[in-house]
Design a protein around this ligand. Structure first.
Ligand code: ARG
Length: 562
């Protein structure tokens, strides 16, 4: 496998006085265009300068140093011009990989790159007193997956939900509730009622009074604080129900309100070092020399701002965790905002500011290419989306199994719906805008979550007919069989890349390719009743394990039968 090539090269290069890290070598190794040229190739061009020799001669020399291939995991190692080509011992490779998967099980693909270093992943972060809408779904799905992937690399992730629970909108809400609120309605369906109020009050004529209410809130007015807390509690309860359905967990729920007190200290520091300059009664930080817009850090009425709370939050979190990195999974529309935030932290002298990352995502589009968002009138609430997706999944399941029992139907349709929505998002690179098309997401065919779950279930039914015995013997390998084995063996490398680029779509697409590779293998190679039955059953089992592990990294649960 690639790791063996790396190890071997590392050893012989060291003898030549060249020290290279595993990751560096890993990146240099190529997969030749045809298997006649071997399974892996190492180009020697880049050594030419260092060793003051031609790449061809370097290749020859390295080959000599490696010696007899029987002492390695390779059947043969050849030079071809400036390349060293490695030919795997395919049978021993097959045995090793299947053995690894079946013994390591849910740990297959794990690494210790993180060494328990702390990484904060802040994601989801919806706004209190508003319905959980499609606007926060992407951050929820992607952030969760990024945290899963980093966990698998043995980082110590800290999952934070930073609720939008402070700001002028609460002035509006409090004013609105005082004017149009009803306790009864609030008890019955809090989110709906608060949303109605918000739509009614969000008008120019109320702006001044709303600002007044927010100022009172910030100054600690008892009545306003009580109302605010009530709204927060009710919303959070509703959000937690949704997270539970989606299988999403956080280590901490915090919010902007947690950092509202700390900001005074912060503002004083900013003013002292004269970053923040007074301008028309407000305080502003000039960032124009960095190609950024000026940042307003205090309003003229003395109330706090989104960015002041974020600055205080970042500083507090660093004090508390000394994080290696802090990742904010937030939409692309806040790109400039995060640049300002990180710049101010840097200017304030926080060296760790460079370890703050805005891992942004594009937005959802409708099929006609318009942006989807939760707006008044037309809204896309998570609860409705989930209901709709579940009912579509039910239809598909019934089509395949008309006699399915009601309880089973409920359970499976829920899992399939989540797989559909999560996978539908994660199959695309997060930075792109994507079309939110539930019908396509739920389809059992093509690059979809249900297709992958279906392949997994199908493989399961093979094993049900002929349970593997645990022992296996490898014989000659068919090309499709070898393809599947190689695909399985590249899993840890895919995770590595996904982790370093914070890009779960690499794992999603890997799972799809792996399923395709499995289906091709199953089409081409007889499993039950063949001479290679023991090995092929073990291979089917390995395939299932890797799919399960990959889907878990995406936040998706597999289904045993479909
Ligand atoms: N609640 C914010 C919004 O909905 C997102 C918060 C992002 N995180 C942050 N630290 N600013 O737009």
């Amino acid at each position: 496998m690639k790791k063996d090539v790396v190890k071997l090269l590392q050893k012989v290069l060291k003898e030549k006085g060249i020290k290279l890290k595993e990751e560096e070598l890993e990146r240099m190794i190529e997969i030749p265009p045809s298997s006649e040229m071997g399974d892996y190739a190492f180009p020697c061009f880049f050594l030419s300068d260092k060793l003051k020799d031609s790449p061809e001669r370097i290749a020859l020399e390295l080959r000599q140093k490696i010696g007899e291939p029987s002492a390695t995991n390779f059947e043969d190692i050849e030079t071809r011009g400036p390349y060293l080509n490695f030919f795997l011992n395919r049978k021993s490779l097959a045995r090793q990989i299947v053995w690894d998967v079946l013994t390591q099980k849910k740990n297959y693909g794990k690494s210790n790159i993180g060494k328990r270093k702390k990484i904060i992943v802040e994601f989801s972060s919806p706004n209190i007193a508003k319905p959980f809408g499609i606007g926060h779904l992407r951050s929820t799905i992607i952030g969760n997956s990024i945290a899963n992937i980093l966990d698998f690399q043995n980082f110590k992730t800290i999952r934070i939900n930073y609720l939008g629970d402070w700001g002028t909108q609460f002035g509006k809400l409090i004013l609105g509730y005082k004017k149009f609120g009803s306790e009864k309605k609030l008890e019955k369906d809090p989110i709906k009622h608060l949303f109605e109020i918000y739509v009614k009050i969000n008008k120019k004529q109320y702006e001044k009074d709303a600002r007044e209410e927010f100022k009172k809130l910030e100054e600690g007015d008892k009545k306003n604080l009580l109302l605010w807390k009530h709204f927060r509690d009710l919303s959070l309860e509703n959000f937690k129900e949704i997270y539970k359905k989606l299988g999403i967990k956080f280590d901490f729920y915090e919010g902007e309100s947690n950092y509202n007190k700390k900001r005074e200290e912060l503002l004083n520091e900013l003013k002292e070092k004269s970053f923040a300059k007074k301008s028309k009664g407000a305080y502003v930080i000039d960032l124009t020399s960095y190609g950024l817009e000026n940042a307003l850090v205090e309003k003229s009425d003395g109330t706090s701002l989104y960015i002041t709370r974020d600055l205080a939050a970042a500083i507090e979190r660093y004090k508390k965790y000394k994080f290696e990195k802090m990742i904010y999974e937030v939409g692309r529309e806040q790109e400039l905002y995060f640049k300002q935030l990180f710049k101010i932290l840097e200017l304030k002298g926080h060296k760790w500011a460079k370890n703050c990352i805005h891992a942004y995502h594009g937005h959802y589009l409708s099929k006609t290419g318009k942006r989807l968002a939760t707006r008044k009138g037309k809204t896309f609430f998570m609860e409705d989306i989930l209901k709709q997706t579940i009912s579509m999944a039910k239809k598909e399941l019934k089509k395949r199994n008309p006699k399915i029992l009601e309880k089973e139907l409920e359970e499976k349709s829920m899992k399939i719906a989540i797989a559909a929505i999560f996978y539908g998002d994660l199959r695309s690179n997060r930075i792109n805008n994507i079309v939110f098309d539930i019908k396509n997401f739920v389809s059992f065919e093509g690059n979809t979550g249900p297709y992958i779950l279906y392949s997994y279930a199908r493989a399961g039914s093979i094993l049900e007919k002929a349970p593997p015995e645990g022992k296996f013997e490898v014989q000659e390998l068919e090309p499709k069989e070898l393809d599947l084995i190689k695909k399985i063996s590249s899993f840890s490398e895919v995770i590595l890349n996904a982790a370093s680029s914070l890009n779960p779509s690499l794992i999603a697409n890997y799972a799809y390719q792996l399923s395709q590779s499995f289906n091709e293998f199953y089409h081409a190679c007889k499993v039950i009743g063949s001479e290679q039955e023991t090995f092929r059953l073990a291979l089917v089992q390995s395939f299932r394990q890797v799919i399960k592990n990959a889907m878990h990294l995406l936040g998706i649960d597999t289904v045993e039968k479909m």
